[in-house]
Ligand binder design. Structure first.
Ligand SMILES: NC(=O)c1ccc[n+]([C@@H]2O[C@H](COP(=O)([O-])OP(=O)(O)OC[C@H]3O[C@@H](n4cnc5c(N)ncnc54)[C@H](O)[C@@H]3O)[C@@H](O)[C@H]2O)c1
Length: 375
């Protein structure tokens, strides 16, 4: 593992995808370089900022200043998951067209994962594909959703069911923007940071166990180190498997269980995505141990670390009470990771060694959940 960097030094992580390659630039204050970077990438381009109403209030003027004279328009959508909708897709597409954003111009997705997914999908669709830039403003977006080119809106049948692979041309992750993020949102994003350690880097997880306090406090360069390490791992996985035909599925550690809890909570603020994924990862480790695949001591470390930072580790902590077994099984069966009735899980041999288990017997899962809920 590399040594933590100094706070003032931006780090550049490359996403190597041939002609679709791009940089992730991470550091405190890097937003100010937006205009210069866009001019270098697309000289003469206009820009359309897409954001949500909360982020608009906090960051629209700083972002317009950072564009340093690049002509821009701005469209904002209501804050929250509800904006990953056909209605907001239409609103943003029409605004881009009305703002005369042409091929060669740029969409700037300024916000969390909701804005990134929506703006990215609009960019993929308008004029059959516009270039776009991600300026992620939540921890979850800085370490996960802004990288890798998955864009989507939700359907009445489920989350992220209508979308496209469309890579950004730049990701600009300014860690200072996280200063205004509510603590609960930061914690939820931290679950995704820990995910990288759990799925493929035991040394990074051990580093997080020792340094989580500094990552949360923004002390020294711990936060930047955690974000850069996460982005490096995501970039490497995406470079190996851009369209999720293999390894990229490892990023779904905790997601089959987690999505079921999120769905049971109605994809609402009752349970944030990252909170559901934290619980899902604990269950993935418990289930792995039950199947004799991984040491129970590793499950205990995962539980202790998440409990220590305030993330949920027990089904009983799901607000509104634990969903029933039948509901959970039904929700997992609807998940897109189901093939011919068998469930695909991401399981672990140990901390840092996750693998795709494509053929898990639904009866085993049901028995495990029944025992876990009864505890
Ligand atoms: N495309 C992918 O690969 C991918 C990966 C993971 C998650 N996702 C998606 O990401 C979404 C969740 O993203 P999220 O957790 O960032 O949610 P979000 O975009 O809703 O942001 C969370 C909240 O924080 C607010 N906020 C954003 N930046 C802020 C700031 N700097 N200061 C204060 N408040 C701020 C937002 O207005 C919102 O209320 C989900 O829709 C999920 O499906 C996508």
């Amino acid at each position: 593992m590399t040594a933590p960097l100094r706070a003032s030094e931006p780090v550049v992580v490359k996403v190597a995808l041939g002609e679709r390659s791009y940089d992730i630039v991470i550091g405190r204050g890097v937003l100010a370089s937006l205009g210069a970077r866009l001019r270098a990438l697309r000289p003469g381009a206009k820009a359309a900022i897409v954001t949500d109403q909360t982020v608009e209030r906090l960051l629209r003027s700083a972002t317009e200043r950072a564009l340093t004279g690049i002509p821009s328009t701005c469209v904002s959508v209501p804050t929250g998951e509800g904006s990953k909708s056909f209605a907001m897709f239409e609103r943003v597409c029409e605004a881009l067209i009305a703002g005369r954003i042409e091929r060669g111009d740029l969409v700037v997705a300024l916000g969390g994962g909701v804005v990134g997914d929506l703006a990215g999908f609009c960019a993929a669709a308008v004029r059959r594909g516009l270039d776009y830039v991600q300026v992620p403003t939540t921890l979850l977006a800085q370490v996960d959703s802004s990288v890798g080119g998955k864009t989507a809106i939700d359907s009445a049948h489920g989350k992220n069911l209508v979308g496209a692979f469309h890579q950004p041309i730049l990701v600009l992750a300014d860690t200072a923007l996280l200063d205004t993020l509510p603590g609960r949102e930061f914690r939820a994003g931290y679950a995704e940071v820990a995910k990288y350690g759990l799925l493929g880097d035991a040394g990074f997880f051990a580093w997080l166990e020792a340094n989580a306090k500094d990552v949360f406090a923004g002390a020294g360069a711990a936060r930047e180190h955690a974000i850069a390490t996460s982005c490096r791992m995501k970039a490497a996985i995406v470079a190996r498997d851009e369209r999720e035909t293999g390894d990229r599925a490892l990023l779904n550690l905790g997601h089959t269980f987690g999505h079921a809890f999120e769905a049971a909570a109605g994809f609402s603020d009752r349970l944030l995505h990252g909170e559901a994924i934290a619980l899902g990862m604990v269950l993935a480790f418990e289930f792995s141990a039950r199947l004799g695949l991984s040491p129970p001591a590793d499950t205990e470390r995962v539980r202790q670390h998440f409990a220590g930072v305030g993330l949920p580790i027990r089904i009983a902590e799901v607000p509104g009470g634990a969903p029933g077994i039948d509901v959970l099984m039904e929700l997992m069966a609807q998940d897109k990771k189901v093939k011919r009735g068998r469930l695909t899980f991401i399981l672990a041999r140990s901390i840092g060694a996750a693998f795709v288990a494509p053929d898990i017997d639904a009866a085993e899962v049901r028995a495990f959940l029944a025992d876990t809920i009864a505890r």
